[in-house]
Design a protein around this ligand. Structure first.
Ligand code: 5GP
Ligand code: MG
Length: 463
């Protein structure tokens, strides 16, 4: 996951930075802005939030923005590393940034790249040179070589372009007015800029926006089936975003309603409260509470300014971060039966800690529900769950997971309820069912079966 932004039309740089803040939840590691003035690219990057990007007082008419979530390489440790890790990137007469993950970069280049976005930029510059500076030919060549997920926004010949892989894994939407075009990972950016979204960029489509208002669309690579990442709806996207015509809030609400039916079937004693793990699972908790006819209470509160708990890479760091992440309304817990809802259980760190804390604070029973089915396969397309062995559901049976987290009941979403709640047939569910939609990802899976012991992300070590 990462956030991408492209703006065509005069805009103050601080305003662009404000729009990029709406994508901060998609990548809290670092952020960057790049703009073109008189055929020169200038960029400014910062660790952490886009709010820290320093900008001159300028109003360029073409701007790219990026928020980073590392699925390749490590977290950005200091200012010196910003250039090699954080997009947007530039090479020759092209600049771009992307959201997703290239699975076969290691077999496409001898050079050591710290990020796949820099690799895509260099490759595109090379193919432009080899193809008479024709963007559609260069993109065609690029997309025939790379495997994986990529929603790209870029600048070429003072035009803004967008390209989405043929499966449409990651979201990308655009909207226009007479003077302004915005392409972004999420429609909340358009809403803030006063634009309505025109539509999602189609999977396999290249869109080129010129300064005179012209829009060209090229069909570059098509696939009969699309594979939209279901986890966007479950976790990544902002609830106010609309992706593939589905409002994320509504999907999460429906996920909660489905969980209520699953809970009812278990014939357990009803809870006194439904309690969301903030923030993602709030709409689901509301629906769950309403459907069960019990109150929802926000007795778990987030230490909002801590951030970045998931992208630490060791379990020890994760435990320490999780401990500092939540505060409890301690006097509302004693002798209560509490149904806690989180969006997902990945490694089990959050669930185990919350159940333990609630019991220590006197809860008589704690049930734990996840709006997502068990994630028991790694993701190669942009979630940093990139090896099977780190996933609790890939190593343990459901009853063992329940015991591990210490809950009195464990309720996972059913696969069919998940798909119905999202309302799309064409989804990537690979981390749930192991069905990888692209060839190189399947190849990695085959290789990795004999190689369970080694460290590092699967796609960083299989060539
Ligand atoms: P666990 O603690 O089981 O390893 O992970 C589950 C928790 O991590 C949930 O609270 C969920 O909201 C959060 N989570 C799931 N996926 C991601 C991710 O890709 N990034 C971040 N920051 N959090 C995630
Ligand atoms: Mg969470």
């Amino acid at each position: 996951m990462c956030g991408v932004l492209g703006i065509l039309g005069k805009m103050d740089l601080p305003m662009a930075r404000e729009l990029l803040l709406l994508l901060a939840h998609r990548g809290q590691d670092a952020a960057g802005l790049l703009w073109e003035s008189e055929n020169i690219f200038t960029e400014s990057k910062a660790t952490g939030s886009p709010a820290f990007i320093e900008l001159p007082n300028d109003s360029p008419s073409i701007i790219l923005g990026s928020t980073r979530y590392p699925t390749i390489g490590k977290r950005v440790a200091n200012e010196e590393e910003l250039d090699i890790f954080v997009g947007p990137f530039q090479s020759e007469n092209v600049a771009l940034t992307h959201n997703g993950n290239i699975t076969n970069m290691a077999c496409q280049t001898e050079r050591e790249y710290f990020t796949d976005a820099q690799f895509l930029t260099d490759k595109l510059a090379q193919y432009l040179k080899e193809n008479d500076n024709q963007l559609q030919d260069a993109i065609g060549k690029l997309s025939s070589e790379v495997d994986g997920a990529f929603s790209i926004v870029g600048i070429h010949d003072s035009k803004l372009f967008a390209f989405r892989d043929a499966r449409g894994f990651k979201p990308l939407v655009f909207g226009r007015s007479k003077d302004l075009t915005i392409i972004a990972s999420e429609s909340t950016v358009h809403a803030m800029a006063g634009l309505t979204i025109e539509r999602d960029v189609y999977p396999g489509e290249l869109l080129v926006f010129s300064k005179n208002g012209k829009l060209e669309s090229f069909s570059i690579s098509q696939n009969a089936l699309h594979s939209h990442c279901f986890f966007e709806y479950v976790y990544f996207a902002h609830p106010a975003s609309t992706i593939e015509n589905q409002l994320v809030y509504d999907v999460r609400f429906r996920l909660g309603r489905a969980l209520a039916h699953a809970f009812k079937k278990m014939n357990k004693e009803p809870p006194d409260y439904v309690v969301p793990v903030p923030d993602t699972s709030r709409p689901a908790a509301q629906a769950l509470a309403e459907t069960l006819g019990v109150p929802m209470r926000e007795i778990i509160l987030k230490n909002r300014y801590l951030g970045r708990t998931f992208i630490v890479r060791t379990q020890k760091e994760r435990n320490a971060m999780a401990k500092r992440k939540y505060l409890y309304l301690t006097d509302k817990i004693e002798n209560k039966t509490i149904l806690v809802v989180d969006d997902s259980i990945v490694r089990g760190t959050t669930a185990k800690m919350i159940v333990h804390d609630l019991k220590e604070l006197g809860a008589s029973k704690v049930y734990f529900a996840a709006t997502c089915p068990p994630q028991d396969h790694p993701c190669y397309y942009g979630i940093d769950i990139s090896t099977g062995k780190e996933l609790i559901a890939s190593n343990s049976r459901r009853e063992d997971i329940r015991k591990y987290i210490g809950a009195d009941a464990l309720i996972y979403q059913n696969m069919s309820d998940l798909v119905n709640a999202i309302g799309l047939k064409d989804l990537c569910l690979a981390c749930l069912d192991g069905e990888y939609p692209t060839e190189h990802a399947r190849f990695i899976q085959e290789q990795i079966q004999d190689d369970v012991e080694s460290d590092g992300r699967d796609y960083e070590r299989v060539v």
